[in-house]
Design a protein around this ligand. Structure first.
Ligand code: UGA
Length: 433
């Protein structure tokens, strides 16, 4: 099929690359000229495993074309995916001006039937607004449909999530739109939910918010575990074996970050407010998440008596492993709080340091051993695999004090204690000596 993607960001590029790999002819447009020029030179604007390879393959087979012209994209694809950014305003509300501009542009240019599909995460009822806006702009007699097809792509696993989804959600209002989307997604052989546009939009809000809720719930349990000397990992395992609960997203830690969960929770709280519903459950979810960052810094401070003039080696900056993304990363708040308490901070991250110029006054190191040099504490903030297997006797020799505060519970407390470390986990008995 001929499809177009408007917005060559994370979601757009993954979507375009995967659809091309499934045999479709894809045009991707973006008004960022520099970005399109880089993509034409086969340079990736971000790190996401597998995407570069798919893009190269798609370009080599002439199934992918990049352009800065929206008109070219509209001309090419009968199905047009809107993947432009929906950044958060200070009050949590999503800024939809890019979606509006693009949809107006599509409507103005199209000469025959087009299916406009919202893929970016947008507030419920955006589909209605798109329809209204397009109706005002489109040439008389040119038919179109608007559909919602939310993405459920985790950064770092986006290609895998796209090609092997748990489900595909199609919010449609006509048989034509439904049939086109069913045909497009047929090769994935995934469970498909067909519903109305608003329900599809709500599935996205509800899913991300529920994931955030699960994380905050286990983090609240972690707080209780710390106070009574229980082990949150075991509690999560015990809960997770209940099929109604499930083990996924029950890893306690420094809380959720990234471009999606914090923004989507804030947006859903705002939407609910506008609809006259006070979503207290989600407000508490966000509150627990912020508290988790403070509580981590507090634990580091308590383990060292105080933080003034202490050197803290931070392992990991990205909001989770396998991505270079620092947006809303817990590490940023944690480092700022450590510095406010007078600590000196050394950091290492395998991928995200190139984007960390905003971090003032920290020492960037070339690996975990560099971070450990002269440190009073190693603070694990992101669970990169390479931090799981370190040479601990080497680390111990490099550090001023052998203390590890593990914000992601990646280490075996007993094993580290046997190696002579003081170990403080999250939701695990502190084991201070
Ligand atoms: C999330 C959703 O998982 C995707 O389904 C969704 O499509 C995407 O947002 C989006 O809306 O675009 P992502 O932001 O890539 O994906 O990250 P997640 O893998 O969901 O992790 C989010 C945060 O939660 C990370 O900071 C991670 O460290 C944290 N987390 C996750 C925990 O603290 N504990 C857990 O058990 C799981």
């Amino acid at each position: 099929m001929n499809i177009s993607i408007v917005g060559a960001g994370h979601v757009g590029l993954v979507t375009g690359a995967c659809f091309a790999d499934l045999g479709n002819r894809v045009v991707m447009s973006d008004d960022d000229h520099a970005k399109i020029a880089r993509l034409k030179r086969r340079e990736m604007p971000f790190y996401e495993p597998g995407v570069e390879e798919l893009l190269r393959r798609g370009m080599a087979k002439r199934r992918i074309r990049f352009t800065t012209s929206l008109a070219e994209a509209v001309e090419h694809g009968q199905l047009i995916f809107v993947c432009v950014g929906t950044p958060a305003r200070p009050n949590g509300e999503a800024d939809l001006s890019a979606v509006e501009t693009v949809c107006r542009g599509i409507a103005k240019t199209m000469r025959s039937y087009r299916l406009i599909i919202e893929k970016s995460t947008v507030p419920v009822e955006t589909g209605e607004w798109i329809k209204r806006t397009c109706r005002l702009t489109v040439r008389r007699g040119v038919p179109f449909d608007v559909a919602s097809n939310p993405e459920f792509l985790r950064e770092g696993q986006a290609v895998q999530d796209f090609l092997h989804p748990d489900r595909v959600v199609l919010g449609v209002e006509s048989k034509r739109a439904k049939d086109l989307l069913l045909e497009l997604y047929k090769p994935l052989q995934a469970p498909i939910i067909v519903t109305d546009v608003k329900s599809a939009e709500l599935i996205k809000h509800a899913s991300n918010s529920f994931l955030a809720l699960k994380i905050s719930f286990i983090n609240a349990i972690a707080q209780i575990c710390e106070r009574v000397g229980a082990d949150v990992a075991k509690v999560a395992e015990g809960m997770g074996l209940d099929k109604r609960i499930g083990r996924a997203f029950l890893d306690a830690g420094v809380g959720y970050g990234g471009y999606c969960l914090p923004k989507d929770v804030a947006a859903f709280i705002h939407i609910a407010e506008q609809l006259g519903y006070d979503f207290k459950l989600l407000k508490a979810t966000a509150g627990v998440n912020e508290e988790q960052r403070r509580s981590f810094v507090k634990r580091v401070g308590e383990a060292l008596w105080n933080l003034n003039n202490k050197t803290i080696g931070v392992l990991g900056l990205s909001f989770k492993p396998d991505t270079d993304d620092l947006r809303e990363a817990p590490s940023i708040d944690i480092i700022r709080m450590l510095q406010q308490e007078g600590a000196k901070v050394r950091v290492f991250d395998p991928k995200a340091m190139a984007h960390a110029d905003g971090l003032q006054g920290v020492t960037f190191c070339k690996d975990a051993y560099g971070v450990a040099r002269g440190a009073d504490c190693l603070a694990v903030v992101t669970e990169w695999n390479e931090f799981k297997e370190l040479d601990f006797s080497r680390l111990k020799k490099l550090m001023r004090q052998p203390l590890i505060v593990d914000g992601r519970n990646i280490y075996d407390p007993e094993a580290l204690r046997r190696l002579g470390f003081r170990y403080v986990g999250t939701g695990r008995s502190h084991g201070h000596d």
